[in-house]
Design a protein around this ligand. Structure first.
Ligand code: URA
Length: 244
């Protein structure tokens, strides 16, 4: 792998701002392969070098992944001067400028929102070609009907003149509470699908995205990094190999 500047690499690994990293280096708190390095411009191979900050080893990671339980009231965006971007929910140690949300959730919708720094993964997870299944729990104004399930499954419904892919609707014992599985992501898709059936969405929560499930113990507003087996399953689901 090409060599990188020490300050750039430590910034990528979330150690701090460029200024903070320079201060750490000048104070002799950074070691590369056991040797104190005070020059922030020092070049090293991120995959080979053994890095330590204040004696704590720092493992190299090319990309980052966070699973966020999005609460209502936040925008699926990383910047939003007029409102609240979901990244405002992240604790300081997870703040970074290169997060990209995978698949939009409306401002009033809740649930699983994946953030990643890997553009190719994002592209595949959101491209209809890969048919990644997303499961939603939906509360409706009026009971759903078997005719809705047939219409959604048929692939005959259109939005903006384009046919929708078949979607699976599961109606609960209370037919106002349903689960819907989509394999694409159009703007306000679920709301517009039910509107086309003369119904209205009252509440929407994404409970899974491909192989990822919304953890039952992750409260709204909280996030956690993906486990390595979740990262591997995610890459595998779209024909990619996770980087070791
Ligand atoms: N469909 C919607 O209507 N809204 C969402 O947030 C997600 C899917």
């Amino acid at each position: 792998m090409a060599k990188e500047r020490l300050d750039k690499l430590l910034g990528h690994l979330g150690v701090g701002s460029r200024k903070e990293i320079h201060r750490l280096a000048k104070a002799g708190r950074i070691r590369v392969d056991g040797q104190v390095v005070t020059d922030p411009a020092f070049k090293l191979d991120p995959r080979q070098a053994h890095l330590e900050v204040d004696g704590t080893p720092l493992a190299y990671q090319r990309h980052f992944y966070l699973l966020l339980h999005k609460p209502a009231g936040y925008l699926t965006s990383t910047q939003d001067p007029s409102g609240l971007p979901v990244t405002a929910l992240l604790p300081p140690q997870w703040q970074r400028p290169d997060w990209m949300p995978v698949g939009r959730l409306d401002k009033d919708a809740e649930g699983l929102l994946l953030l990643t720094t890997d553009g190719e993964l994002l592209h595949r997870l959101t491209h209809p070609r890969w048919k990644v299944a997303k499961r939603y729990y939906v509360e409706l104004a009026a009971p759903a009907t078997p005719a809705d399930a047939i219409a959604f499954a048929s692939g005959s419904l259109e939005l903006d003149g384009q046919p929708l892919r078949p979607a699976e609707l599961y109606i609960g014992p209370d037919a106002r509470k349903v689960e819907l599985i989509l394999r694409e992501g159009r703007f306000h898709q679920i709301k517009r699908m039910f509107a086309a059936r003369g119904n209205q969405v009252r509440y929407l929560r994404r409970v899974s995205f491909g192989p990822l499930e919304l953890p039952p113990d992750l409260p709204p507003g909280a996030c956690r990094p993906l486990f390595p087996q979740e990262v591997a399953a995610l890459y595998q689901s779209v024909g990619l190999e996770a980087e070791p």
